[in-house]
Write a protein that binds this ligand. Sequence first.
Ligand code: GRF
Length: 210
Amino acid sequence: MKNIVILISGRGSNMEAVVRAAQSEGWPAKVAAVISNRPDAAGLAFAQARGIPTVVVPSKQFASRAEFDAALQQEIDCFAPDLVVLAGFMRILTGSFVEHYAGRMLNIHPSLLPAFPGLATHRQAIEAGVPEHGATVHFVTAELDHGPVVAQARVDVLPDDTEVTLAARVLVEEHKLYPYAVRLVIEDRLSIEHGVVRVLDTRLADTISH
Ligand code: GRF
C-alpha cells in the first residue's frame, strides 16, 4: 500500500476528490495524511471526518521560507510518502524542498500550462480572449507552475463567462483530472523522458473527459 500525503491551504475540494477516488476505486494507496499551512483551512474537517490524520504547520509562525519548508518536510516524511500531492497549497517552495520530492510531487494548476502560470488564471484567460481554458497536473520542479505535464483538462471559454463561472466550470474538470493523474503515478503507469511524461498504459484514459 503506497502512501499519499496531500498539502492544502484552504477549501480542499481537490483533496476531497482524491480521497474519494482512492477509497471508491480501491487504489493500491491510501491518503496517509492531509497537511495544511493554515489552521483555518476548511478541508481539514473533511479529512478528520474520514479518519485521515491531519497536521497543521502554520507558515505564519516561521521567520523564513527555509525554516517553514524544513519543518513541513519533517512532518511529511513522518508518513513515508510515495507521493506528495499539492492541492491548492498556496506556498512558493524552496529549491531544496522541491529537490527532496523530485519525481514524487504533483501540483494542479487551473490553466492549460504553459499558458497563464501564477495567480488569477481565470481572469488572465478571459482578458486574453482565449477560446479554451482548463487545468494541468504536473510534476513539481523548482520553477513555479512548470514541470513535466501529466494530464490536462479543457473547457470552452463562453462569451458571457466571468471569473466565477469559468472557475466553477474548470473546477468540475479538476475534480476528475486530479484523481486520474494521481492514480497514474500511484500505479506506476508513467515514464518521464527529457521532461516529457508518457503514459505507459492508457486503460484509464477514458475515465475523464478531455
Ligand atoms: C484549485 O483551482 C487548484 O487548481 C488551485 O487552487 C484551487 C484549490 O481549490 N491550485 P481546492 O482547495 O482544491 O478546492
